[in-house]
Design a protein. Sequence first.
Length: 305
Amino acid sequence: MRILVVGSNGQLGTELRRCLEAGCSEIGAIPPCYFGAEADYVDGDAVDISDQSSVDAWFSDHEPYDLIINCAAMTNVDGCEADEAGALRVNALGAMHLAQKAQESGAKFVQVSTDYVFSGELRDRPLTEEDAVCPISSYGRSKLAGEILAADACDGTFVVRTAWLYGRRGRNFVKTMARLARENGKISVVSDQVGCPTSANDLAHEILRLAATDGYGVYHCVNRGSCSWFDFASRAVDALGIPCKKEPISTEEYKRRFPASAPRPQYSVLENARFDRTIGSEMREWQDALDSYLSAMSQEEGLTE
């Protein structure tokens, strides 16, 4: 099997590489079809997915792939709001360019998407893949466009929506909260937005399981359970033993303090409904996955006080 992971230096791309090279994730073994696979790991310095000629050049210089996983994206939500055209080039056209190449070679294609394709207005139950999408931010609109364009371009497309992702590589919410808690002795975090914190390692495990099947379509993949951003931050800093004052604030107050911030869904709890119906989701509870991550990161980066 030949695999291409695009956006390999990001949080998810890094975990996919770790899983493929180790043959397992924190959850357990990955499917045996990946054992001995040849994989290329690329990022923006090797191929600009928003540029058709750059994509064409990469694929013309490499043997056909059996599986292409697109982790590359413009993920700065506020940055996307300020540059929607740029977000569309990367998150929508970039996905389409890669999906077209997958279709040409008969490869499977995985497009990673987001809970931000939902408005957040439906709050009485977790959202399934059958619920209506209605993004309220440039980021959400660009990612939804990427879902549609990828599925239209490649028959063998898996769209995997996830949320509140954190991993070992690069910046993320957990690392930011730990840094602010240490530096300021205080964190102020939105308490009325609810979603699903998700481990990049767990997500990588499930993407590889899913891509070993032919069950193409849209899937939700998040760690089980839900919480607010404030709950998420509080558990992280408490587990790391960082003493600090924790201030819950409203979305309205956050917008007052940061007027240029993009709108975010207040409720984006996803249910792994299609995973559960098909191959069975193996995602852990969000607290268990976070505790495992914090333990590893404390040893590797000294996140504790």
